[in-house]
Design a protein around this ligand. Structure first.
Ligand code: SF4
Ligand code: SF4
Length: 155
């Protein structure tokens, strides 16, 4: 069991940040959600500690696209920090409703989006091939192995 995000991310790396904000300026999530930014997340980690970010639903706007670390002049692995935050939050069952809903949907259907009649008709209109059936047992096995099943039950 993970006890601290510092088991997955080297805390010393936070001190390399000189708050240039290039990461936030490049972040696609920050472009649409003004309340979110990787620079701000990093700063909160430094100033307030891990509990402040683990309990902050804003971090879940991150899509782990890695653009922030590609653009960081200090080569700080910011998405690794966010992944550490997600891991500890999930282990504690601290998942926002939208994430829980998504994982639940994957567990039940194997897909992260609802596939209804409209979606199927739209696919036909676009001449897309029919969707292949998914192996739910295999997906259930993955969710169990990663502990995501437990995280959903805890939330
Ligand atoms: S780009 Fe790097 S150095 Fe600049 S604010 Fe972001 S993390 Fe800090
Ligand atoms: S990894 Fe997350 S924080 Fe970094 S640019 Fe992508 S969405 Fe933004």
């Amino acid at each position: 069991m993970l006890k601290s995000i510092w088991e997955l991310f080297n805390k010393e790396d936070l001190f390399e940040c000189y708050q240039c904000a290039r990461c936030t300026g490049s972040c696609p999530a920050a472009m649409v959600m003004k309340c979110y930014g990787p620079r701000e997340t990093l700063l909160r980690c430094l100033n307030l500690g891990q509990e402040a970010v683990i309990n902050d639903e804003r971090v879940w706007y991150c899509t782990t696209c890695h653009v922030c670390e590609d653009r960081c002049p200090q080569e700080i692995n910011i998405s690794e920090l966010l992944t550490a935050i997600f891991n500890l939050a999930a282990q504690r069952g601290n998942l926002p409703e939208k994430i829980k809903f998504g994982v639940d949907l994957i567990a039940k259907t194997g897909r992260s989006l609802i596939v209804n009649e409209k979606v199927l008709k739209d696919r036909q209109k676009l001449s897309l091939p029919p969707l292949d059936p998914l192996n739910i047992d295999e997906i259930e096995g993955i969710l169990k192995k990663t502990g995501l099943n437990d995280a959903i039950e805890l939330s």
